[in-house]
Design a protein around this ligand. Sequence first.
Ligand code: ZN
Length: 310
Amino acid sequence: MLKQTRGLHHVTSMAVDASENNAFFTGVLGLRRVKKTVNFDSLEVYHLYYGDETGTPGSVMTYFPFGRIPRGRRGTGEVGVTEFAVANGALPYWKDRLSSKGVTGLSDGSFLGEPRLDFSGPDGDSFALVETDMRDRTPWTGSDVPEEAGILGFHSARLRLRSATQTAELLNFMGYSKDETDGAVTRYRIEGGNAANTIDLEELPDAGAASQGAGSVHHIAFAVEDRAAQLEVRKALMDTGYQVTPVIDRDYFWAIYFRTPGGVLFEIATNEPGFDRDEDTAHLGQALKLPARYEPHRAKIERFLPPLSA
Ligand code: ZN
């Protein structure tokens, strides 16, 4: 069993409209945009990162707003719900806030004893806010969300799977232990991780396969401390039979990717170097940042990118 995994690092999803996406995450959810860059494989598409003040691993939701792409179809083999943590007692505030801002799909309930509020994103994304007893996270305080209600990074990601067996084995291998079960959903938790230390597996044997599009999660990334730990994880996964990409430089972390047996794309991302490697913490996310190799094309890239509202 691996010892290097530290919980979630980031979740990356797809959207249609960059400006709408930016307004939703900063203006409605009150996250900080911690990086404005481009999709390194598709320079006319932004890669927008939202999180806490510094983009702490485990707090970072990222988006590729592709422009006109079809909406995803929900099903198995994908992350079904991306869940954010809030402090105990914060949900009534959020219910009022989200409904007053026209957010759809609001539905409150509880799971494994934790109150939650499910809601939809601008592209039909499935999100939830979950009340937790979390004391080791602080929210971004630069928005109009009161500090006591602010989002405290991820709570978990709920994977929808036709069969959960092999993905459960993989999570065990990565250091997660089986926690509680409620109906078709089983919770897995990692000790010694960051605050985003939970993954839920929902088994839906009769559901059809998802097709990815706007509002779908593209991949979820798990955190490791540094490049040495990442190489250890890569070797262990390959020794177990996984096809893992070479290490890829994503400027703010190093990444490896592999497709899991249930169909979800996993990434292992390093906590180093972080989002302050090319701009200081006070100004994170404001200027368009490009990898050094694309700097000569900045003027052309900027012409293709739509303006963001803030
Ligand atoms: Zn990623």
